[in-house]
Ligand binder design. Sequence first.
Ligand SMILES: C[S@@+](CC[C@H](N)C(=O)[O-])C[C@H]1O[C@@H](n2cnc3c(N)ncnc32)[C@H](O)[C@@H]1O
Length: 154
Amino acid sequence: MIQLEPIGVVRSPFAEPSDVPRFAADRANVKGTIEIFETFREGLEDLEGFSHIVLIWRFHKSEEASLDATPPYDVGTKGVFATRSPRRPNALGLSIVELDTIENGCVHIRNFDMADGTPILDIKPYIPENIDPASVSLGWLEEARKAVLESLTD
Ligand SMILES: C[S@@+](CC[C@H](N)C(=O)[O-])C[C@H]1O[C@@H](n2cnc3c(N)ncnc32)[C@H](O)[C@@H]1O
């Protein structure tokens, strides 16, 4: 077993997980803060200047884990590891968010999908890796997205 100690906590206008808008466009300019606990603040040195950061966090309000999940597209059940469902073993979330500023141990962020009180386990600078976008495929999500887009234009 592994024990993890949160380095901070999210202050978010989304009081509950169900308040988080599903689509990134609907939360693009919503601002939030990560309050970094005193013991870890020194580690924020030199983070400012990165436009995006990677957050690793805990779905602390998720229900019991399941090995399958029903994504918010009408595509039936999928294996949990083929989804980003909160109800997963270890309940770890991973989000790439925009970094605005850092002051007094508070990391100001935008475009995030965490509810208020979410424990943050780690922060890393986002560095775009050398992945050719043309080589990326999205498995079952590709078809599901197409169907959703078509239904919107109908
Ligand atoms: C689909 S998950 C994806 C999270 C992350 N981007 C990932 O890929 O791991 C995002 C949803 O998790 C839920 N959520 C946010 N904070 C949570 C928390 N602290 N505990 C449980 N669920 C949470 C919200 O409903 C939000 O819309």
